[in-house]
Design a protein around this ligand. Structure first.
Ligand SMILES: [Zn+2]
Length: 287
């Protein structure tokens, strides 16, 4: 976790940083996290926690908690009650040398692959997000190898209304929109060309409807995955998910202000949140 300016006595006291410090102090002192409800980011630091009727904490209380921590944990003779982003107090406080709960869950329906390559990023983002909002992130996608990437791209088209109506023009338009949404349109078209070919094989000549949807899906995604594998072998990654540098989280449990906070904190941590079209509504986060 990070803070970006000083907190406590005679400090900047940015509400976002206060939330992080308060959260960490809560863990350190009680060995379990506060169920922190973050106040709106525009509220002045002095009032930041006053709107929590059942759990009022003032800046004074935060300063006392910081002093206690510096006295009792760091053995400082003259505790300052002040924390800077990289000083010994914050390093100790955020060292993880205590109970460390995870603030994300895996989506059951999406069954994401969370590898050691991406987990520390998920942990960092979700921990900070929890400190700001008190909410847990639902991870819908982590690492995606060629098969998962192919399935995600297939589903995006297949789940669009009209894709299986038997109308070629509608299908072609959905395919076009889908590959145009990628930065590397040449590579995305190469992948979607396989879906187009596979559909031709699996539609009934008269009704223009898919004969066997399961076989169609298996055939199309297998061929799409083969193209993705070839691209990866040539150093082309249609998605950051294949490089262990991206993950997605559901928007189902988030409101608009949560999404703004999430995007801001990802930016502060050096990441990006570009729109991504594959899959159900989600926030795509990449580093
Ligand atoms: Zn994504």
């Amino acid at each position: 976790m990070k803070i970006f300016s000083s907190v406590g006595f005679n400090s900047v006291n940015d509400p976002k940083d206060i939330a992080v410090v308060r959260y960490l102090l809560g863990i350190q002192m009680t060995n379990q996290p506060f169920n922190l409800m973050m106040a709106p980011l525009t509220v002045s630091p002095q009032n930041v926690f006053n709107n929590q009727a059942n759990n009022v904490v003032s800046i004074k209380d935060i300063i006392i908690a910081i002093k206690n921590f510096q006295e009792q944990i760091l053995w400082q003779i003259r505790p300052t009650g002040q924390i800077f982003p990289d000083d010994v107090t914050f390093k100790k406080l955020s060292s993880g040398n205590f109970y460390h709960p995870k603030h994300y869950v895996r989506s059951k329906s999406e069954d994401p692959v969370i590898t050691p390559g991406i987990e520390p990023r998920i942990d960092e983002v979700s921990e900070q997000f929890f400190a700001y909002t008190g909410k847990t992130l639902i991870i819908t996608s982590g690492y995606r190898g060629p098969e998962r990437q192919a399935k995600a791209m297939f589903d995006k088209v297949n789940d669009t209304s009209g894709a299986n109506s038997g109308n070629d023009k509608i299908f072609d338009k959905i395919i076009l929109d889908s590959y145009m949404a990628y930065a590397d349109k040449r590579s995305s078209k190469e992948i979607y060309d396989q879906m187009v070919e596979s559909r031709k094989k699996h539609i009934d000549a008269k009704t223009k409807l898919i004969n066997n949807t399961a076989m169609y899906q298996r055939d199309a995604t297998q061929k799409m995955a083969e193209v993705i594998s070839k691209q990866i072998a040539n150093g082309i990654y249609i998605s950051k998910h294949a490089t262990n540098k991206a993950f997605d989280c559901s928007v189902n449990n988030l409101k608009g202000s949560d999404i703004i906070i999430l995007k801001l904190l990802v930016k502060n941590l050096g990441g990006k949140t570009p729109d991504e079209i594959t899959g159900p509504p989600h926030i795509h986060i990449q580093f």
